[in-house]
Design a protein around this ligand. Structure first.
Ligand SMILES: Nc1ncnc2c1ncn2[C@@H]1O[C@H](COP(=O)(O)OP(=O)(O)OP(=O)(O)O)[C@@H](O)[C@H]1O
Ligand SMILES: [Mg+2]
Length: 404
């Protein structure tokens, strides 16, 4: 099968999806805006051909795609990176390749359109209004009340997302949103935050996963001292999470999703109610696919590829562990000087540490506001959730990365 893959070398996770495609026998043609020599080796090895394009000039990408389509019969067009999803749909329409069209893609990109589809299907979304001007925001707040969330309609990585508890707070954040064309004003939903992630083929859910965010991402995004955790759960079938799982399946149906990875976020209210957060027609970011792999000792990059090319997943996907990714942020500015507590923790938590990928000594510390992964991560895993959470909290509090 000839697969056209958008951006095989960036973000880094893409290299593994491309590798997976080649492993299941696909002939992968890459389209990316990196020069070929900058495409990581893992992806380059898996590609039958690569064309450099400029994604900021969609017209020229369409031209290149059309030229490729003249020479080879493209059977699938894959893009697992949010900013390129609409472009991928345009190429599908141009080359008449089956898969998500632009009209089907929009509700996955535009959070207001998304909620309209789900509201129509009777799914519990946060009360919401979209606003294009300061006046509209004030009008929306009158309807919704405090506390509320104000966020971009097509946001990612919690960028420009604010909780406002009263009038004064809203006044303060409005200038910060000046560059955002359209915002969504939402009821603030209290509770815990989870994901529901799937790999589908022809509308069937072949695999699903749930992650537990500790703490809620907006809190982690607001306070530098927090070491954000994503915990891929060993048992997403417990009654406690049943409402979210049921909602997840309903959402996929309402969105008419058929093939590929999905990543949904949802809230579990104090009263047990599941409330929809958002959904992407793509895998979760933040190295979450790795966490899911560590939870089951599997290769979901390859499973996704097998589902895409052959419509099945043949490797057994038995969940063995809860796997927690703990993201660390350096203390201090400048270059990484040393790690405090790492050797002791690795010895004490043995054999439950699955991965350590920290920003190396001597490297510049990273901007924690811009990068979820911060200065790296440690993955711990354990069959028992409480034990896993305790180990993750020890990485959070006892491991320090010192910069200076
Ligand atoms: N209505 C809401 N009620 C409570 N919290 C919310 C609400 N909307 C957003 N948040 C908080 O803000 C975070 C980011 O919002 P959301 O997931 O909608 O945006 P995003 O920028 O696409 O996020 P990301 O790319 O980080 O997943 C959520 O994870 C949640 O913690
Ligand atoms: Mg989100």
């Amino acid at each position: 099968m000839n697969v056209l893959f958008l951006s095989p070398g960036f973000p880094t996770e893409m290299t593994d999806f491309v590798r997976g495609l080649a492993e299941v026998g696909a002939n992968v043609i890459g389209l990316g805006d990196q020069p070929e020599h900058n495409v990581p080796e893992k992806a380059r090895r898996a590609l039958a051909a690569y064309y450099q394009v400029s994604f900021s000039r969609p017209e020229s990408v369409l031209e290149t795609a059309a030229a490729i389509g003249e020479r080879v019969r493209i059977e699938r067009i894959e893009s697992l990176w949010e900013p390129l999803m609409i472009l991928a749909a345009q190429i599908r329409e141009l080359l008449r390749v089956p898969g998500m069209s632009q009209v089907e893609t929009v509700p996955f990109r535009d959070k207001e359109a998304m909620k309209q589809v789900l509201d129509a299907a009777g799914i519990r979304t946060p009360h919401h209004h979209s606003a294009k001007s300061v006046d509209d925001v004030w009008k929306a707040i009158e309807q919704i009340g405090y506390p509320a969330i104000v966020k971009p309609i097509a946001g990612a990585g919690s960028a420009d997302t604010f909780r406002v508890n009263d009038r004064a707070q809203l006044e303060k954040i409005l200038p910060k949103l000046r560059h955002v064309e359209e915002v969504s004003v939402e009821e603030f939903v209290d509770g815990e935050e989870f994901t529901f992630d799937t790999i589908c083929s022809e509308g069937r859910v072949l695999f699903y996963n749930m992650c537990w965010y500790r703490p809620r991402p907006l809190i982690g995004k607001t306070h530098e001292w927090v070491s954000q955790q994503t915990v891929a759960l060993r048992d997403p079938d417990v009654p406690y999470l049943a409402a979210g799982k049921e909602m997840g399946h309903q959402v996929l149906k309402a969105m008419n999703f058929r093939d590929g990875f999905t990543h949904m976020e949802w809230y579990l209210g104090p009263d047990g109610e599941a409330v929809f957060g958002e959904i992407g027609a793509r895998p979760p970011g933040g190295q979450t696919v790795d966490a899911m792999n560590f939870a089951s000792d599997v290769d979901l990059f390859r499973s996704w590829a097998e589902a895409a090319v052959h419509g099945r997943i043949s490797q057994p996907l038995e969940r063995k562990f809860n796997a927690a990714t703990v993201f660390k942020r350096a203390i201090g500015e400048g270059r990484i000087l040393r790690y405090v507590g790492l050797d002791r923790l690795l010895a004490e938590l043995d054999p439950w540490v699955a991965a350590v990928e920290l920003n190396p000594i001597g490297a510049l510390r990273r901007n924690w506001k811009q990068q979820l992964v911060g200065d790296g991560m440690v993955v711990v895993r354990h069959p028992d959730l409480q034990t896993c959470a305790e180990m993750a909290d020890r990485i959070g509090t006892e491991l320090q990365i010192i910069a200076g």
